[in-house]
Design a protein around this ligand. Structure first.
Ligand SMILES: Nc1ncnc2c1ncn2[C@@H]1O[C@H](COP(=O)(O)OP(=O)(O)OP(=O)(O)O)[C@@H](O)[C@H]1O
Ligand SMILES: [Mg+2]
Length: 272
């Protein structure tokens, strides 16, 4: 369980201080796929990066499983980060390491013996469907394959929580669906809580149990995905839904219109 209690985040100090998250107060439950939706600059990444303290809150608290982590340092911080996996839009793999050695990296940091590291990495490669690719380098993989490696690496320390910052934004729609399927399996089969940042309504619809809409550093609404999208309250979510519908309409005009059969084709068919 991740609890934000009146959490705030400012960047800069003194006269330059600039608050980008204001009074964030909500809970993400164990086993949920929780979506954070909002436009660019809304504060999505900042919010999610406070969960593993890549950004430290400047007010309020964050509790994970009831423990206040807001001021964690040293060993406590290292242990916290080990239990929270993270994946990014641009995969962030180590280019000089093979696929296998990307996945064993967090296990090296955790001081696991080599045989155990390799065995675990091989199991994870199988889970993400890349067992043939252990000795390749990231540059020899497609974007979707690189994201699978990043997912395997994020799972190395058996995290309870995985943070996904625009994990499918650099991928085409078919690959996006495959990666979302993999993430859903990880949620269901391994019980990992997923926090999913996205700009995309269709990604949120596809995978999220609940969604929070964030605008200008405030959570403006939150709810079960289908219910929220059926009854949006905020202008920003209404506008996002309207623009997605307009886009869908355009896509249908371009590729969805059935091609009319050549004149007389049906009659010819019958005549034969
Ligand atoms: N390290 C930083 N120093 C100062 N300001 C920052 C820093 N990181 C983010 N900000 C500011 O905080 C606000 C929220 O940024 P954030 O990256 O969280 O937005 P986002 O919703 O993730 O946007 P995007 O969809 O473009 O990734 C923005 O105004 C941004 O300029
Ligand atoms: Mg961001």
């Amino acid at each position: 369980m991740i609890q934000f209690e009146h959490m705030k985040k400012s960047y800069g100090v003194g006269a330059d201080a600039h608050e980008v998250l204001h009074d964030v107060d909500f809970t993400i439950h164990d086993g949920e796929v929780f979506g954070i939706l909002g436009s660019s600059g809304a504060g999505k990444s900042t919010l999610v990066r406070t969960i593993n303290l890549l950004e430290r809150p400047t007010g309020g608290r964050i509790l994970i499983d009831g423990v206040d982590i807001s001021n964690a340092t040293g060993k406590e911080l290292k242990a916290l980060r080990a239990k929270i996996g993270m994946i990014f839009q641009n995969f962030n793999l180590f280019q000089q390491r093979t696929v296998l050695r990307n996945i064993t990296f967090p296990l090296e940091l955790a001081g696991k013996p080599k045989a155990q590291r390799v065995a675990r990495a091989e199991r994870l490669l199988k889970l993400v469907g890349l067992e043939e690719y252990a000795d390749r380098y990231p540059s020899q993989l497609s974007g979707g394959q690189q994201q699978r490696v990043a997912i395997a690496r994020a799972l190395a320390n058996e995290p309870k929580i995985m943070l996904c910052d625009e994990a499918t934004s650099a991928l085409d729609s078919t690959t996006t669906v495959q990666i979302l399927d993999l993430l859903r399996r990880i949620n269901r089969e391994l019980g990992v809580t997923l926090v999913v940042i996205t700009h995309s309504l269709s990604v949120a619809r596809n995978i999220c149990d609940r969604v929070a809409m964030i605008d200008g550093g405030n959570i403006v609404e939150m709810g079960e995905t289908a219910e929220l999208f059926a009854n949006p309250k905020s202008d920003i979510l209404k506008a996002l839904i309207a623009s997605a519908e307009e886009q869908n309409g355009r896509d249908e005009d371009e590729d969805g219109t059935p091609v009319a059969p050549a004149a007389g084709a049906a009659e010819n068919e019958e005549a034969r």
